[in-house]
Design a protein around this ligand. Structure first.
Ligand code: SF4
Length: 248
């Protein structure tokens, strides 16, 4: 294990549980208890899942982003008042990263620091996300775009309401259309529900390969959740290995 990877895994809080596999791929270090699961997943146990009938609303937004380019999106989001979340924001947070990225990570919504700085996933959860990206060989700003389901901070960091997610959906939908990533990783339940259009439990949908308009989509835990639930970091690492193999 290289010192850098060792440090990353320590940041993820799972270093002591890991061993080096013989495989030469970049995602070859997995927890001992996770090897079988990941290999089974890569070997075809996991099939693309049909997206169920919608039960998480996307319809009803007054926003029409269907013809927007990146510049239009930035302007529209900055001025948007399509839902109640505009009231308490300091600034809307569109997203950050490479607009030709192969990877798209989608979270829930901006927190206090994100609202302050205008960038998604800064602060402690952002540091963990950066470590997660680094662990699979990618880096913020290079071949990865990071966005949220809602672009304005929900008060007290509460979960966005369904009508807020629905109001904001056209922006994320258009971001995905413009990006055309090779893989989408949904971070946490709200992001997964927004993209899959149905109620989900992370424990039930992680490890599966979904399809979003022809783009592979996988689901894992939100970094903020992992900061509070250290025991699930090993599962997140399994998911990242699965993502890396899927991308490969
Ligand atoms: Fe507009 Fe989205 Fe902000 Fe609501 S959360 S005001 S829809 S940008």
């Amino acid at each position: 294990m290289s010192p850098q990877r060792d440090q990353i895994l320590r940041e993820l809080g799972i270093g002591p549980q890991w061993r080096l596999r013989e495989a030469a791929d970049a995602a070859s270090e997995v927890p001992m208890e996770a090897v079988e699961t990941v290999e089974e997943a890569a070997g075809g146990r996991v099939a693309p899942a049909a997206v169920a009938a919608p039960s998480v609303a996307r319809a009803g937004s007054p926003v029409d982003a269907s013809n927007m380019n990146w510049s239009d999106l930035a302007t529209a989001v900055a001025e948007c008042r399509a839902c109640a979340l505009c009231a308490a924001r300091k600034q809307a947070v569109l997203g950050v990263g490479d607009q030709q990225a192969d990877w798209l990570f989608v979270g829930e919504g901006p927190g206090a620091e994100e609202d302050e700085r205008g960038e998604p996933f800064v602060g402690q959860a952002g540091k963990l996300l950066d470590a997660m990206l680094s662990a699979i060989g990618i880096k913020r700003g290079e071949n990865v775009y990071i966005a949220n389901s809602v672009k304005c901070r929900p008060p007290n960091n509460r979960t966005p309401e369904p009508e807020e997610t629905a109001a904001c959906w056209p922006y994320l939908e258009r971001q995905i259309e413009l990006l055309q990533p090779k893989l989408i990783v949904a971070l946490g339940r709200p992001a997964a529900q927004t993209l899959l259009q149905r109620e989900v439990k992370i424990g039930a949908v992680r490890g599966q390969l979904f399809d979003y308009k022809g783009i592979p989509l996988i689901v894992t835990y939100h970094p903020a959740y992992l900061l509070r639930n250290l025991s699930d970091k090993a599962k997140a690492w399994e998911d990242l290995c699965f993502a890396r193999k899927t991308m490969g």
